[in-house]
Structure formats: C-alpha cells, structure tokens
Design a protein around this ligand. Sequence first.
Ligand SMILES: [Zn+2]
Length: 188
Amino acid sequence: MTTADGRQICKACQVDKVLADFHFRNDNGKYRAVCKACWGARCKKWHQDNPERRKAHRDKWERKNPGHVTKRKADYRERHPIKYRLWNLLNPEKKKQLNKDWKSRNRPRVAAQAAKRRAALAQATPKWADFEAIQDVFIEAEYFQLEVDHTVPLTSKLVCGLHCEDNLQLMTTADNRRKSNKYWPDMP
Ligand SMILES: [Zn+2]
C-alpha cells in the first residue's frame, strides 16, 4: 500500500522503500507490491527453475522482434569492447561454436568475403568493384549449389583477371577444378 509520503512497504522483504524502488505497472497504473530487488530475485529464480520455458519465451519474443537481439548484441559489443573480448578469451570453445553457427547461417556472405580476401591478396579488386553485386553472385551460387569462378583467372602465368562482378561466373565444382587457372576466353 502506498503511503502519503510516497513510500511503500515491499510485500516480500517487508522493507519500507521509496516508490522509485518499485516498478510502475503500465497495465494497471499502480506500483508493483514487490520491490525491484525482490522482483528481480524472483524472476531470476523463476528463470533458473524453468530453463525451457524461459527459452520458449525468449524465442517467441525474438520472433516478434526480428533484428532487435542482433542490434542489442552489437550495441553491447560497442559499449563494452574489453569485456566482450575478455569473454571471447575466457570462453574459446563457446566462441568457436558461435562463429561456426554464424558461418552456417551466412554462407554466401562468408564465401563472398573469403573471395574478397583472396582477391585483395592478389591485388585484383578494382576500386569500382561493386561488393553488393559480387555478394549477389555468391548468393546465387549457394542457391544453385554451384561455385563462383573468375572467368579470367586472378592469377596465372599469362593473365591477371579482376575480382569484379563482370568477371564472375557460376560453375559446377568439377568444371571449376578442370578449368583451374588454365583457361579463359580469347586465350592464345
Ligand atoms: Zn523487497
């Protein structure tokens, strides 16, 4: 019960506290009868006692709020760069698994980035290359279960092709191995 001086006794810990120590409930326009500290402890206990139901709640919420969790995580990483790196250092196995999960969810992107790295090593990416368009080719390759090939090879004894969207073509793995870096259009 709220007293005139804006205080309330917590139903759980029986401590007389200021209203700021209680959550305001928008659904019924009242302060919660249990203080924030006790409510937090109660929630924590419920989460510990009901891991599956907690996960179900979280999954449901994530489905209703797509992208929100990713953004929250990115914000967290930005705000706590050292903490985040420390966690990675202290949990190498978990980090490895997370990376693996991310890669399997973003395969075309990973393939496009790997190609970009290789091309950069070969110094074959022109300034005007359109990475979005290049990534689209890799998405198409993933969809048709094909490989992305550089029509004119990036590195061979005679030519140096460019890593750009116009020099990419889709190929089966077998054809790509056969072609290797030995064939290109108009070759001598
Ligand atoms: Zn309390």
